[in-house]
Ligand binder design. Structure first.
Ligand code: TEU
Length: 507
């Protein structure tokens, strides 16, 4: 049996507001993405996930959807989407769209109807509770705004639930009409030809009956705690929708529970998510011992139940790992984790040129969740407009755009973008790196190293990442295929790994 495409694919997340603009504009658009596909093909990624581009009041920059089956004029129209999808498929790139099923915008016609009267047929599509206007129905906290997850609706005299902003009321997945409506949204995009979905807050959908309080005194938003039994049948339903289509359509779920053991349950018994984001590694500091624990957890919980892991270090919700780890050397070395560990990597646009978060002065803050820095626009050139046709995009440029831009780095064979390209190519050429088993390699404390075993016997690869500042000895003989600092590639490995560096060895 050949592996499904999503097991060997390297995914690349695009935040459409910040990726590229097809005409002079402070915000990106779908045609802008299409115009940059050559860069992605050159880089060597296999699949794109595009964050929401649907009509939206942009209270949460697209994660507040007011129409799931259209394109916001800011990003173009459905014809642009179809053009982008065709252009991706012509280059053998898969395309995932972002399904946001947990909530809608408060401007969505569904919520407008629900809010209009207690008797409206759509009232029960959302989650309403009686009470007095000064006591929310339970102690759940909303994400980002540090308020109760409930807003009082004066006109109809009830509370509605929102795990995120008040502008993002939660849908009621206990109502079969909601389930059917959202399955219809999936079919709308599947019929257009998308290869699957990244699913937003997929662990949020099923609310426990009675909406029991979170542990007393918790400061965590309920969105990080909603690990309910109800979720699993809902997700099996989503899976049945994609499985009815040919071509291994994928559901890659955002399971934002910071516990790998719990994340693993969302793979079900090969009948829930094919892939689940696992965030604990993203929050793990640059320390060998801590990373070894993460690898052990992934093996123990996800792989042991037959799940295929994912690896992600940056996205549109967290400071970039180049910023978190504090140096380009570490950003380079960490790519060997993403592309060398067993599982499907998800890269975030701009990490291939080593972007840091932008500095956002107080008067430029736009996200209530404090996530603007990692969402800064990608600089494509060294020109004053950096390829956007305007010099003042919706967020400030990331640091050093004059030199840290795509054109400058593509022209420099020693740059980080060339490291990404070489390691992506080495992965594509190696069945062991794509699909092989893994085994630990003995190392000193600050080093994490493992062997990927060729599925057909032979072709093994060893990956070693030195998270310490000092050089480390590594008892592996073989040829250096790719080195994070570019040193000694093609030559025999000398047995020493510099601090904050990584190497791929063919034994
Ligand atoms: O994020 C959901 C989520 O739970 C976390 O990523 C979030 O950072 C955490 O709850 C903080 O406490 C998804 C999207 O990725 C994010 O951009 C949206 O804002 C959110 O859903 C709401 O749609």
């Amino acid at each position: 049996m050949t592996a499904p495409w999503w097991q060997t694919a390297v995914f690349y997340q695009i935040y459409p507001r910040s990726f590229a603009a097809s005409r002079p504009s402070p915000t990106g658009d779908l045609a802008g993405i299409a115009a940059r596909l050559d860069h992605l093909a050159w880089l060597g990624v296999d699949a794109l996930w595009i964050s929401p581009f649907y009509p939206s009041p942009q209270a949460d920059f697209g994660y507040d959807v007011s129409d799931h089956c259209d394109v916001d004029p800011v990003y173009g129209d459905l014809a642009d989407f179809d053009g982008l999808l065709a252009a991706c498929h012509a280059r053998d790139l898969k395309l995932l769209v972002d399904l946001v099923p947990n909530h809608t915008s408060d401007q969505h016609p569904w919520f407008q109807a629900a809010q209009s009267s207690r008797d409206d047929p759509k009232r029960d599509w959302y989650i309403w509770r009686d009470g007095s206007p000064d006591t929310p129905p339970n102690n759940w906290r909303a994400a980002f705004v540090h308020t109760p997850a409930w807003t009082w609706d004066d006109a109809t005299g009830q509370w509605y639930l929102h795990l995120f902003l008040p502008e993002q009321p939660d849908l009621n997945w206990a109502n079969p009409e909601v389930v059917e409506a959202m399955h219809g949204v999936m079919r709308f995009w599947l019929d257009r030809g998308v290869d699957g979905f990244r699913i937003d807050v997929v662990h949020g959908l099923g609310k426990a009956p009675g909406l029991p309080d979170d542990p007393e005194g918790t400061t965590l938003p309920h969105a990080t705690l909603n690990d309910t039994a109800e979720n699993h049948e809902i997700i099996r339903g989503l899976r049945r929708v994609v499985d009815a289509y040919p071509g291994d359509r994928l559901i890659l779920g955002e399971v934002y529970l910071l516990d790998t053991e719990r994340v693993a349950t969302y793979y079900g018994h090969a009948d829930e998510l094919q892939l689940a984001f696992n965030f604990p590694p993203l929050y793990t500091p640059w320390k060998g011992r801590r990373w070894r624990d993460q690898l052990a957890d992934t093996e123990r919980w996800i792989e042991a139940r037959g799940g295929w892991p994912t690896w992600v270090l940056s996205n549109h919700d967290n400071p970039r790992h180049r910023t978190r780890y504090g140096s380009e050397a570490r950003a380079r070395a960490s790519l060997f984790l993403l592309l060398g560990l067993r599982g499907s990597p998800v890269l975030y646009a701009g990490e291939e040129i080593g972007l840091e978060d932008a500095h956002i002065p107080p008067d430029r803050v736009v996200d209530p969740g404090g996530r603007d820095g990692c969402r800064a626009p990608v600089p494509w050139t060294g020109d004053p407009d950096h390829g956007w046709g305007v010099t003042d995009p919706w967020l400030p440029w990331p640091p050093e755009p004059d030199v840290r831009n795509v054109a400058a780095q593509v022209a420099d064979a020693g740059s980080i973008v060339h490291l990404y390209r070489r390691l992506l190519a080495a992965r594509k050429a190696s069945p062991a790196l794509q699909l092989g088993d893994h085994a630990p390699v003995e190392t000193p404390d600050g080093v994490v190293a493992w062997r990927r075993v060729g599925p057909e016997g032979g072709g093994d690869r060893v990956v070693a990442v030195n998270m310490g500042a000092e050089p480390a000895r590594l008892d592996v003989a073989g040829r250096v295929v790719v080195a994070s600092d570019g040193a000694g590639e093609g030559e025999p490995f000398g047995g020493t790994l510099a601090g904050d560096s990584a190497v791929l060895i063919e034994p």
